[in-house]
Design a protein around this ligand. Sequence first.
Ligand SMILES: Nc1ncnc2c1ncn2[C@@H]1O[C@H](COP(=O)(O)OP(=O)(O)OP(=O)(O)O)[C@@H](O)[C@H]1O
Ligand SMILES: [Mg+2]
Length: 248
Amino acid sequence: MEDAIAVRGLVVDRGGRRVLDGIDATVPRGSVTGLLGPSGSGKTTLMRAIVGVQVITAGTVTVLGAPAGSAQLRHRVGYLTQAPSVYADLTVRENVRYFAALHGRGRAEADRAMTDVGLASAAGQLVGTLSGGQRSRASLACALVGEPELVVLDEPTVGQDPVLRADLWARFHELAAAGTALLVSSHVMDEAARCDRLLLIREGRLIADDTPAAVRAAAGVDDLDEAFLRLIRAGEAGGPAGSAAGEA
Ligand SMILES: Nc1ncnc2c1ncn2[C@@H]1O[C@H](COP(=O)(O)OP(=O)(O)OP(=O)(O)O)[C@@H](O)[C@H]1O
Ligand SMILES: [Mg+2]
């Protein structure tokens, strides 16, 4: 089966600077792919290109077999932006039902999405009165409620406690098991370890595209946190991945 996302030679300039510099990557269906990299490395920009809201300079981005941003993808791709995008003057339930309706879904799907993100008990609360973490989850419920084939989540677990994060990751894997493709950005290494595959970017270039185990092996360490530090620093030194392994 074709990949959910195929990015070829992607170049993006923002504010007169090259932000993505020749990205080639694929994201398979039925699995969770992590997108990692330092702050400012281009994760959000890559996600924007995938959901079709980013002007690109060169390359192609194919999503579910169609060019990114095509009208036919509107109901097939869910996107959680890095900053929550929900209506503050509506309740959680009203927000989620509104997004459900946009995707031809009903109350049952809305209830399911609110339960999935742990917000069933806050369903009647105005989004403007939620805590930051709750607001993020309300936004996540809106991204998931349309039951999209591809889910692009920009730091979905920021501000969430460990129990909620574990629950959310369990749900992501359930969705993957049902055939959904998920692309999830994160700064948290224990989350990276939960991914089936990892894309690691640094300064707009892909420096690793592999399983967590292979990333550890490439860096020559068992700890994924340390592996990323080594891969990032190896790139900064201009050497091949893993070349910093003997430093200190
Ligand atoms: N609207 C914009 N105009 C100009 N430059 C931008 C704009 N948005 C982002 N950039 C720049 O593009 C680069 C990549 O930003 P991006 O938001 O993709 O990074 P990121 O990896 O998502 O970072 P973070 O982990 O902090 O969310 C950064 O150098 C950033 O300053
Ligand atoms: Mg970002």
